[in-house]
Design a protein around this ligand. Sequence first.
Ligand code: SF4
Length: 901
Amino acid sequence: MSSGKIKFFIDGIEVYGEKGKTILEVAREYNIEIPALCYDKRLSFNGACRLCIVEVQGEKRPVASCCYPIYEGMNVYTKTEKIINYRKLTLQLLISNHPLDCMICEKSGDCLLEKYAYEYGIKELNYQGEKQKIREKDGKPFIIRDYEKCILCGRCVKVCEEIVGANAIDYKNRGFLTEISAGFDQILKDTECLFCGNCIDVCPVGALREEYSERKGRVWEFKKVNTICPYCGVGCGIEVFVKNNEIVKVKGAEENPVNNGFLCVKGKFGFEYVKSPDRLKKPLLRKTSRKEKPEFEEIDWETALNLIKEKLIEIKVRYGPDSIAGLSSAKCTNEENYLFQKFFRQIIGTNNVDHCARLCHSSTIAGLSQTIGAAAMTNPFDEIENFSECIILVGSNVSETQPVTSYKIRKAVERGAKLIVIDPKEIEMAKISTIYLQPKIGTDVMLFNAIAKIIIENDWIDKKFIEERVENFQEYKNFIENLSLSEAEKITGIPIEKIKQVAEIYAKSKASVIIWAMGITQHTTGTDNVLTLSNLSLLTGQIGKVGAGLCPLRGQNNVQGACDMGALPDFLPGYQKIENQELREKFEKFWDVKLPENKGLTVVEIFEAIYDEKIKGLYIMGENPLVSDPDINHLKEAIGKIKFLVVQDIFLTETANYADIVLPSCCSFEKEGTFTNTERRVQKLNKCVEPPGDAKPDWEILKELAKKFNFDWDYQNVWDILKEINQLVPIYKGITPERIRQTSLQWPCPEVNHPGTKTLHLEKFPIGKGKLKIVEYKEPFELPDDEYPFILTTGRILPEYHTRTMTKRVSGLKELIGEPFCLMNRKDMEEMGLKDNFKVKIFSRRGMIEIKVMGSSSIPKKVVFIPFHFAEQAANILTHHQLDPVSKIPEYKICSIKIEK
Ligand code: SF4
C-alpha cells in the first residue's frame, strides 16, 4: 500500500506519510490525537505551545511533532507517561496565567485550552505566581481583543501576515511581558487591519471574539449550518451559527476548497442585514403616482399576483410580448434565475431578459465567445495559488473586490510566482508585484497589442500550439507588425523597456495566467480589450494547461450562475444560442411553447426602450438599477414613463420606490438552491433561518405567478428545478441534486459520473481552434477637455457591496466607511487648495454630486475615483451611457468631469 510514501510507526500503528510531512500532520490524517494549540494546518508551524510534543525513538528529548519531519521506519510515541506529564506541566503553566472564568467565557465549549485541561485532568494549579494583566484593547467595530486570555500561540499574527498580508498585529515586549499588539498599541481601526476576522477564527481560546455575538449564547446552544457567503463571486464557504432564528456569528468553513476557512470582512461580519427591521414582509401596492413621494399599502399575495397577471396580460395583448422586459438577479440562485428567464420566454414570449452581468462582464462573454468559445475562468483558484508562474493582474483591485482571491495571489507570490500588476490606480497588490505598470486610462488595447508585437518580434510565441490550435496567425502577424512601439509608448505612457519585460516574463513562464475584472471590461472598447488579452494567451500557448489561462473575476455571488442559466437576451440556459433553431426546438419541446427567435434587449437598451415608450412593463428581481446603472437622471426619466413596474427584493430599494407592486423575497440565508462561483464551481446553499413575515423564496414567487398564467410549474422544491436544468443544460447535466448535496462541482460536468472540470480547454476549444483577432486601438468615448478637465473612474471598495442594500444595514461596516468619499491625487488637491474631508461639487455633462474628497497617492493626476455604491452621492449620476457596440456594456471607467470646491 501507499507506494512512494514513508512508512513509520505511531504508538505501534503502521502509518504512511508523504515526504516532507511532519509527525503531527500524518497523525491527524490517521485520526491519532496529539494536542496542539499553536498548530493550524493552513499556517506555518513554529512549535510555540510545546503541547504537541512526542517521543521519537533515538531522540534524547521529546520533540514538537508539528515541526518534526517524518522518516522511514521511525517510531513515535504520543502518550508515554513522560509525555503526558510534560503536557500537564505545559497546561498548568498556561492556565496559571489565564483567567479561570470558563463558566462565563464566551468561548466555553469551543476553547482548546478548556478542552485539553479537561482531557488531561488539570484540577489544581501548581503555579500561583503573578498573572499578566493586559487591558482589553480596542478592536471596534467588530473585534473584542481580550488579551488576558491570550496564550501567545501566534496563530492570529500568522494569519494576518501569511494569509491576508495586512501585518496589522505582532508580538510586543519579551518574556513574561510579551503580548500581541497592533502597531505600537494603536486602536485596530488606525492600523492596516482589514477586519477580515480571520484572527478570531484561528484563535484557539477566547482572546479574540466577535463583538456582535457577545452574550448571545455559547457553542452548544447554536445550530450550525454550512452555506455560501452572500457577497462576492469567490463563493467562500461559511459556517453560520444560529440561535432562536437569529444569525449569531459566521465562521469560515475550513473544508471548503474555495476559501479553506478564510474570509473577508463582509463574509465574516456582514450578516446583520438579515434581521434588519427594514426587511420587506408583505407585498406592497403603490398608492401614489410616480411623481409623488412613494406611499404603499400592504396587500396579500393572492391580490399581488393577480394584479401582476392582469397588468402584464393587458400590456402583452395591447403592445405585444416584446413590450415587457425582465431584469434577473446575480444575487439569486441558479434555480431562480432559470425560472425567471423561463417565465419571460415561455409565458411572456420575449427574450427581453438580462441582468447585471451586462454591466460587468458582458464584454468578457462577447470577446471570449469569439476567440475560444467559452467565457468563464479557465483555471481554478488552487491552480493560480500553486501552479501559475506568472500572474498578470489587470484592471482588478482584487484585494477590495475579491479579497479571498487576493489571499491566493499573495500565496502564489510567496511561492515564487511573478506578479505583474497593470492598473491606472496603484492598487494594494502593486506592493507585492514584480512589475507594476500604470498605463493611462483607456489605453489597454494599445498596451496589449504592443506586448503581442514584442512577443512575435522576439519569437517568444509557441509555434506548436499555434500550428495545432490557433487560426488566423499570419493575418494577425501582418497587422501587428505595422504597430509602432514608440506610438504605443506615447499613448500608454509606459516605457517600451517595461512593456518588453512584461512580454518576456509572460511568454517564457511555464504557466502564465491573466486575471482581469471591470477595469478591462467597463469600456466602450471592453470587448476589444478582452480580445487583446485572449490574443496574448493564444500566441504563447498560455492557455489549456494547468495554471495557465484567462481568468475573468466575476463580481457578485452568483453572476456566473445567472449567465449560465440564460438570464441573457441572446442565450438560452447553458449558452445555447437563441438563434439556433435546433437548440431552440429542444427548449420548445420541453416547455411546450413556441419560443421567440430574435435576441432580446440588454439592460441599458431596455431602459432606452422604456424612455422611448416601447417597453411598457418591467419586472425586476433583486436588482437596483437606479443606483447601479449609468446616467441615473436619464434612467429616472425613463422609469417615470413606464406603465407597470414590479420589483421583487428583500428591501424597499431606490428602484422599488418607483414600483407599482413590490414583492418581499428571501435572502440567501433563508432558502436552498445553488450558486456558481467565479471559477465555475456550483455549490449548495442551505437554509439557516426563517424569512421575516410573508417573504418567500424567489423561485416560489415565480412558480405561483406562473400558475396565475395557467402554467402548472410542478416543482415541489428547488431540486426539481435543478433536475430540469440537468436535462436541458449540457454543462450542468452531471450536477444533480444528489451529487451537489455531497460536494461542489465545476462545470462543464457533462455526465452524472463526471468529476467536473478544473481546467478548461486542455485538449481543444469549444469552437475548435482558437482565433486571433485583429484589434485597432480606439480612444474612449469621452475624454477630458478644457471644460471638464478631469477623468472620473468608478469602482468598488472592500466594506461595501454593490448598491449597499445589504452593507448599509450592517452597523460595523457603516462605521468603517463613514461618509461617502472620492479619492483624488494629492498634488491635484494642493493645486486646487483642497484638503482631506473638504466637500467638493463634481459635475459632468449629465449631473452633479457633492461629496467629501480624500487625497491619495495611488490615484494618477487628473483622475478622480468614486466608489459607485452610494445612492445619495451616486457616481452614476455623472457617468454616461455610451455602450461598447458589441457587448453593450457601458463605459463606467471613463467620463470627463470638473470639480468645484
Ligand atoms: Fe464573501 Fe467574497 Fe469575502 Fe469570500 S471574498 S468572504 S465570498 S465577500
